[in-house]
Design a protein around this ligand. Structure first.
Ligand code: MG
Length: 158
């Protein structure tokens, strides 16, 4: 049995007039995240973790922000494409563990919905995924509510 681990990291800054989409769930908030796609920082970190595990290219290479096809793209659709690549190579997900660093909005009420969307895209059980949220105790750019950080780790097997 082959096992591969991958990690992904992403940051997006807050901006006025944008939606705040995390883990495929739109969260009511005064500001949203800036990016070429829907700027779903959590899903981006998860995609890069999967691509890291399979020794693939990163999402910036697969889905370049210079390509108008990915303008305001639904990152869950991109995640399905990334998982399609891994699945075609015979990989199965053991688990994924994701941490989101955000001072606001509060994510806890939305984590169940995120697990449903992410597991739907990956064709796995919600119990194979974990999404945890923390603040940075008001320190740094996360603490100043300038942006959100996401870290993801995945374990794949085939
Ligand atoms: Mg990103």
């Amino acid at each position: 049995m082959e096992l591969r681990i991958g990690q992904g990291f992403d940051v997006h800054r807050f901006a006025e007039g944008r939606r705040c989409v995390l883990g495929g769930v739109e969260i009511p908030h005064a500001r949203g995240l800036l990016g070429h796609s829907d700027a779903d920082v959590l899903t981006h970190a998860l995609m890069d973790a999967i691509l890291g595990a399979i020794g693939g290219r990163d999402i910036g290479t697969l889905f370049p922000d210079t390509d108008p096809a990915f303008k305001d793209a639904d990152s869950i659709v991109l995640l399905q494409k990334v998982w399609g690549i891994a699945h075609a190579e015979g990989w199965r997900l053991v688990n994924a563990d994701i941490s989101v660093l955000a001072e606001a909005p509060k994510l806890k009420p939305h984590i169940g919905a995120m697990l449903e969307r992410l597991s739907g895209a990956l064709g796995c059980a919600p119990s194979q995924l974990a999404v945890k949220a923390t603040t940075t105790e008001r320190l740094g750019f996360v603490g100043r509510e300038e942006g959100i950080v996401a870290n993801a780790v995945v374990l794949l097997t085939r």
